[in-house]
Design a protein around this ligand. Structure first.
Ligand code: ZN
Length: 613
C-alpha cells in the first residue's frame, strides 16, 4: 500500500534519511546544507510523531527537490511567509537545521496546535514568522490529513496535497500506507510530554479529564490491548484518557497533566473487595483520584501484533516500575493502593492489565523498596530567584516603578492565572534557569509587575512574581495594563498580529498603526479625518450577501457570512481594503462580549446600509 492523500500527518514517521537524500535533484549548490536540513527534519519528525515522508515531500514540492531560488538563496524549505501576491513575511535561514525547525513549527501549529512551553520546539517559534497567523485564522490543529492542506491552508493551490503525495511516493516507494499500526516508538527511553489534544485554548474544553481535580490516591495499571500509537489515536476519538502510556521501547508518554483526573477507570462494576474499600474511602468515581498507566501491548499472546503477553520487554517493565515508584514517592501512595483495573471492574475488565504483569510490578516495587522505605527519585535542581533591589538594597514590592540600571520594573501588583503549563525563570529570557517545576494551566499566583525581556512572538513583557521569578506574559490569561516599552535600538524583526499591540492615542485605539474609531465617534459626527459624517445608529442592515472576515482585508479568511437583510451591531469602524469603491470597514460586536477589537468580525461598510457620505 502506498502513501495517499487521506493519510494522517501525525503518525510514526515513514521514509528514511537515505531515501530522502537520494531523491534530491543533483547537483545542487547547497548539498551539505540540504543534507543537514534532512537530518534535522527526521530528528524532529521522530520527536513529535510527524510523518517524515509527508514533511520531506512538502519540501520537494515547494523547492523543486532542493533547487528553487527560495531554497538556494534564502534557505526557505516550504514557502514559509511567502504570499501568493508576492508579498513577504519570510525569513532567511542560514542553516539547514534552522530551516527544518521553522517548517516543523509551522507543521506543528497546523496539525497539533500550540507548542507547549516545555517542548524543545517552543524555542524555535521565532523562526516561523507566520506561527500566530495559523491561530488567528483558527486553523491551529485543524489539519489532520495530507488532503487538508492546500486551498488556503499553507498554500492556495488546490492540487497542493496531491503534488506532495506524488513526491512522497516517488521518494519513498516502500513506505507503508495507513492505517499505521506499528507499535515501535521513538527510541528514546525518556519521558515525552504528549498531551492529548493540546489545543490553542490551552487544552481547555477537551472533555476527557477532570481538570485540576486529581487527589492522587491510587495508581491503576491497565493494558492497552494495542499499540500506544493506536491507543493515542483512539483517545482522540473517545472521551477517555490515561495519565501516561508505558511504551514497549521503555519510553513514557504523558497524556494528561498529573493534576487532572484522567477518564480511565470510572467504569465501576462489581469491584473486588480491595477496589470497593478504596471507593468507600475516597468516592464512587475513582477517576478523581487515579494516576493511571496504560501499558502498550496485550494481555494475551494471541494478538494482531504477535507480541508476547509475557514477558514484556524489560525496558518497558522498568519504565512501569519506575513510574509507579515515582508516584508513590511524590504523592505518598502506599503499595496497597497500586491496583488493577480489574479491581474496579470485574464485569468487563477482568484481564486488565493481566495478573502476571501486575504481580511482577508489585513484587519488583516491593523488592526495590527493600526494608520498606519510600523511594526517593532524584529531585530536579532549580535556580534561586534573584530579588529586585532598589538603590538602598530594599526588595522591590511592586507599589511603584523602579529603574535598576537599564531595566525598568513596572509596578502592576495583582493575581494572575496561567493559561498553559508554564515555566518560571531566574531572568526574563528563555535561556535563564528555571526556578521551580513548571506550573500547570489555570493556576493562580501573585505578581509585583513586569519588565521588558527577551522578545517572544513580538511580546517582550515578563511578569515578576511575588517570589521574583520571571514568567513571560503570554503564559498568563492576564496581560499588563501598559504596553511594552519600546526598544528603539532594535528594529522589529517580525510582524506582530494586528490584535497584539493595542494602544490608545487621544481616545482612538491604535493597533499597529491602524486607527479604530468607536461608533460613539460617529454618533458625535466625527470621522477618521475629522470630517462630517452621517450619524448612524449602532445597528446596521446588511444590504448584500457578504463574508465577515478576521481583519479588514479581502485576503483575510472569511469567518462567517451575512445575508442581505441581516442586522448586525458595530462597535468600531476602521479604514481597510477598498471594497466597491469604499475603504471603511465595520467592526462587529462579539457574541460572547469579548473585546471586538481582538475578536470582532469585520465587514466592508459598502455591504451595509450605513456608509460614509
Ligand atoms: Zn483498563
Amino acid at each position: 500500500m502506498s502513501i495517499s492523500a487521506s493519510d494522517l500527518i501525525v503518525q510514526k514517521p515513514r521514509g528514511s534519511v537515505q531515501e530522502a537524500i537520494a531523491y534530491l535533484l543533483t547537483p545542487s549548490s547547497k548539498r551539505s546544507f540540504t543534507e543537514a536540513y534532512i537530518r534535522e527534519l527526521w530528528r524532529l519528525c521522530s520527536l513529535y510523531n510527524i510523518d517524515f515522508a509527508f514533511a520531506f515531500a512538502q519540501f520537494c514540492d515547494e523547492t523543486a527537490r532542493g533547487t528553487s531560488a527560495a531554497w538556494i538563496n534564502e534557505g526557505n524549505p516550504a514557502g514559509i511567509g511567502i504570499m501568493d501576491d508576492g508579498s513577504r513575511e519570510s525569513m532567511i535561514y542560514t542553516s539547514g537545521e534552522a530551516a527544518a525547525r521553522a517548517q516543523m513549527v509551522h507543521l506543528y501549529a497546523y496539525t497539533i496546535g500550540r507548542i507547549p512551553t516545555s517542548a524543545e520546539l517552543y524555542n524555535y517559534i521565532n523562526l516561523d514568522p507566520r506561527y500566530d497567523n495559523v491561530f488567528s485564522a483558527n486553523w491551529g490543529g485543524t489539519v489532520k490529513r495530507i488532503e487538508q492542506f492546500g486551498n488556503g491552508k499553507w498554500a492556495s493551490n488546490p492540487t497542493y496535497a496531491s503534488q506532495i503525495v506524488d513526491h512522497a511516493n516517488a521518494a519513498f516507494p516502500n513506505a507503508s500506507g495507513q492505517p499505521s499500526t506499528g507499535g515501535t516508538m521513538p527510541n528514546k527511553p525518556t519521558i515525552i510530554q504528549k498531551y492529548l489534544h493540546v489545543s490553542q485554548d490551552g487544552y481547555a474544553g477537551v472533555n476527557r479529564r477532570y481538570q485540576g481535580a486529581n487527589d492522587h490516591k491510587i495508581i491503576v495499571l491497565h493494558i492497552q490491548e494495542g499499540s500506544s500509537w493506536g491507543s493515542w489515536t483512539w483517545f482522540h476519538q473517545v472521551s477517555a484518557s490515561a495519565t501516561i502510556f508505558a511504551n514497549r521501547d521503555g519510553s513514557i508518554w504523558q497524556l494528561v497533566p498529573e493534576t487532572d483526573g484522567p477518564w480511565t477507570n470510572g467504569d465501576v462494576c462489581s469491584p473486588t473487595s480491595k477496589g470497593q474499600s478504596i471507593m468507600n474511602a475516597y468516592g464512587g468515581d475513582p477517576n478523581y483520584y487515579t494516576l493511571s498507566i496504560e501499558t502498550e501491548g496485550y494481555a494475551s499472546s494471541d494478538n494482531a501484533m504477535g507480541w508476547a503477553a509475557w514477558p514484556k520487554p524489560q525496558a518497558q517493565l522498568d519504565a512501569v516500575v519506575w513510574q509507579v515508584m515515582d508516584w508513590m514517592s511524590r504523592y505518598n501512595i502506599p503499595i496497597e493502593r497500586v491496583i488493577r483495573h480489574a479491581d474496579i471492574n470485574q464485569c468487563d475488565r477482568p484481564g486488565c492489565p493481566g495478573d502476571t504483569f501486575y504481580n511482577y510490578v508489585i513484587s519488583a516495587v516491593k523488592s526495590n523498596l527493600g526494608n520498606g522505605t519510600t523511594p526517593t527519585p532524584p529531585k530536579p535542581q532549580y535556580a534561586k530567584p534573584v530579588p529586585v533591589l532598589d538603590a538602598e538594597g530594599n526588595k522591590w514590592d511592586g507599589t511603584k516603578d523602579l529603574v535598576v540600571g537599564k531595566a525598568t520594573f513596572r509596578a502592576d501588583k495583582r493575581s494572575v492565572k496561567t493559561q498553559y503549563r508554564s515555566n518560571f525563570r531566574k531572568y526574563a529570557t528563555r535561556k535563564a534557569a528555571e526556578t521551580r517545576a513548571p506550573m500547570e494551566a489555570e493556576k493562580g499566583f501573585s505578581v509585583l509587575g513586569w519588565v521588558n525581556g527577551e522578545e517572544i512572538n513580538g511580546e517582550r513583557r515578563w511578569w515578576i512574581t511575588a517570589n521574583y521569578s520571571r514568567i513571560h506574559v503570554s503564559a498568563t490569561h492576564q496581560k499588563p495594563n501598559e504596553p511594552q516599552l519600546p526598544l528603539p535600538e532594535e528594529p522589529e524583526d517580525n510582524t506582530p498580529q494586528p490584535e497584539e499591540k493595542p494602544d490608545v492615542v487621544d481616545g482612538v485605539t491604535i493597533i499597529n498603526g491602524r486607527a479604530y474609531y468607536s461608533v460613539e465617534d460617529l454618533l458625535s459626527g466625527k470621522g477618521p479625518n475629522g470630517e462630517d459624517v452621517i450619524v448612524p445608529s449602532q445597528t446596521l442592515v446588511i444590504t448584500k450577501d457578504v463574508d465577515a472576515r478576521r481583519s479588514v482585508s479581502v485576503k483575510s479568511p472569511a469567518r462567517g457570512s451575512f445575508k442581505k437583510g441581516d442586522e448586525v451591531k458595530a462597535t468600531h469602524f476602521v479604514v481597510g481594503d477598498e471594497v466597491d469603491g469604499e475603504s471603511l470597514w465595520w467592526v462587529l460586536e462579539t457574541d460572547d462580549g469579548s473585546n471586538p477589537l481582538r475578536h470582532g468580525l469585520r465587514v466592508p461598510a459598502s455591504a451595509t446600509n450605513l456608509r460614509p457620505s
